[in-house]
Design a protein around this ligand. Structure first.
Ligand code: FES
Ligand code: FES
Length: 159
């Protein structure tokens, strides 16, 4: 088995696993990055969302071989408890979430949105979360949190 090289949260790594191993499995079980969640395992719920070269991707359906040489961002690379990403802070401020299971995937989808569109409308935010299911029905607070983060990031950039 040949090692597969990729970048995860800014660190270059090599993984000894079959090329058809799901990226989600690699993240959680090989690298210990358990913030990315296993929900359905069938590309239906978005709880396993990560960024691959900046684009959202469901890691349960992404074979390791397809991310060779690419840059993967997981929730662990977004922020830390000491230095949360503005999205994470806004989710805390809005208390957006109940059980929290969906939130890593939603935060990743939201980051992809804000990176490409710093001033999204509510409709655009909802569309960007089309692939993310929240079983707790926290969507209203989640939408507010993303609006809040986008505003704070715009204000921060203009200072
Ligand atoms: S676990 Fe990947 S989409 Fe549900
Ligand atoms: S907060 Fe529970 S699934 Fe979204």
């Amino acid at each position: 088995m040949q090692a597969i090289h990729l970048t995860v949260n800014g660190a270059e790594i090599s993984v000894n696993a079959g090329g058809d191993t799901p990226l989600l499995d690699v993240l959680r079980n090989h690298l210990g990055l358990v913030g990315t969640k296993f929900g359905c395992g069938q590309e239906q719920c978005g709880s396993c969302m990560v960024l691959v070269d900046g684009a959202p991707a469901k890691s349960c359906g992404k074979a390791l071989s397809t991310v060779a040489g690419k840059a993967v961002l997981t929730i662990e690379g977004l922020g830390t408890p000491e230095h949360p990403h503005p999205l994470q802070q806004a989710f805390l401020d809005e208390q957006a979430g109940q059980c929290g299971y969906c939130l890593a995937g939603i935060l990743i989808s939201a980051k992809a949105l804000i990176d490409r569109n710093p001033s999204p409308s509510r409709t655009e935010i909802a569309a960007a979360l089309d692939d993310n299911i929240c079983r707790c029905g926290s969507h209203p607070r989640i939408l507010r949190a993303i609006e809040r983060a986008a505003l704070q990031m715009r204000e921060g950039a203009s200072r």
